[in-house]
Design a protein around this ligand. Sequence first.
Ligand code: HEC
Ligand code: HEC
Ligand code: HEC
Ligand code: HEC
Ligand code: HEC
Length: 198
Amino acid sequence: MFTRKLQRRIYVATGVLLGSIGLGLSFGAYVLWPSHREAGYEPGQPIAFSHKLHAGDLSIDCLYCHTQADRGPHATVPELAICMNCHAQVQPKDKAGKLKPDIARLLDHWKRGEPVVWNKVNDVADFVYFDHSRHVKAGVKCQECHGPVETMVHMRREYGLKMSWCLGCHRQKPKPSDPAYQRGDKTRAPINCSTCHR
Ligand code: HEC
Ligand code: HEC
Ligand code: HEC
Ligand code: HEC
Ligand code: HEC
C-alpha cells in the first residue's frame, strides 16, 4: 500500500519535473534563438559579402548600393547589376587559377539571371511605421542605427529594434545641427504614439 502510494508520487513528481525541464528548454530556445535575440543576430548569407572590404577598405559609399536609403522608406539591398559594375572585370582567382568560390557563385547567379536571396538581418515589427529617408535627410548617420558597418566582415544586427531603442534616441535633446533644434522642439524627434503607430 505504502510503497504503491510512494511509487505513484514518484511518477507524478518525475512527470512534473520532466515537464518543467521541457518547458524551460523550449522557453530558453525561444529567448536565445538568434532571430528572437535583440542584438547581435548574424544570419549566414548565400554569398560571403564583406562590408569591411567594400565599405571599409574600398570606401564604396553606402548609397552606391543602398540606393533608396535617402529617398524612401526602405534602404533596399542592391541588385546583382550593381555588383557587376565591378565584378564583370574584378574576378579574383586562387593560386591554381580557379575563380574564388564566392565570386564563382555570384557570376553563376548573374549568368542564370537568378537574384541572390539575402537573409534579412534587421526587421522591425510589421505594425510599426519606419522610414529611412526621414532619418537620413535629418542627418542621422547609418552607423547610429547599424553600428560600425564598415568594419563588419559579416553583417550583424547591432541594436535590438525595440520601442525603447527608438524612443531613447527620439527623446534626446536636439543638437544645433538637427532640424528639430531649428524648429525649436525640445526633443530630437517626435515621441507621440502616432509617429510610429499609424
Ligand atoms: C558594394 C555594395 C554595398 C555597399 C557599398 C554597402 N552595402 Fe550594405 N549590403 C550590401 C549587400 C549585398 C547586403 C546583403 C548581404 C549582407 O547582409 O551582408 C547588405 C546588407 C546591409 C545591411 C543589412 C540589411 C538587412 O537585411 O537588415 C545593412 C544595415 C547595410 N547593408 C548597411 C550598409 C551601410 C551602413 C553601408 C555603408 C557604410 C553599406 N551597407 C555599404 C551591399 C552593400
Ligand atoms: C566598386 C567596385 C565593387 C563593387 C560595386 C562590388 N565589389 Fe565585390 N569586390 C571588389 C574588389 C576590388 C574586391 C577584391 C578583389 C580581390 O580580392 O582581388 C571584391 C571582392 C569581393 C568578394 C570576395 C571574393 C573573394 O573570395 O576574395 C566578394 C564575394 C564580392 N566582392 C561580392 C560582391 C557583391 C555581392 C557585390 C554587390 C552587392 C559586390 N561585390 C560589389 C569590388 C567591388
Ligand atoms: C534611425 C535608424 C536608422 C538609420 C539612420 C538607418 N537605418 Fe537602415 N534600418 C533601420 C531599421 C529599423 C531597419 C529595419 C526596417 C524594417 O524592418 O522595415 C533598417 C533596415 C535596413 C536595411 C534592410 C533593407 C530595408 O530597407 O529594410 C538596409 C540595407 C539598411 N537599413 C541600410 C541603411 C543605410 C545604408 C543607412 C544610411 C544611409 C541606414 N540604413 C540608416 C534603421 C536605420
Ligand atoms: C539615432 C536616433 C534615432 C533612432 C534610433 C530612431 N530615430 Fe526616428 N527619427 C530620428 C530623428 C532625428 C528624426 C527627425 C527627423 C526630422 O526632424 O525630420 C526621426 C523621425 C522619425 C519619424 C518621422 C517623424 C515625423 O515627423 O512624422 C518616424 C516615423 C520615426 N522616426 C520612426 C522611428 C522608429 C520606428 C524607430 C525605431 C525602429 C526610430 N525612429 C529610431 C532619430 C532616430
Ligand atoms: C519612435 C517610435 C515609437 C513611438 C513614438 C512609440 N512606439 Fe510603440 N513601438 C515601437 C516599436 C519599434 C515597437 C515594436 C517593439 C518590438 O518589436 O518589440 C512598438 C511596440 C509597441 C507596443 C506592443 C508591445 C511592445 O512593447 O512590444 C505597444 C502596445 C506600443 N508600442 C504602444 C505605444 C504607445 C502607447 C506609444 C505612445 C506613448 C508608443 N507606442 C510610441 C515604436 C514606437
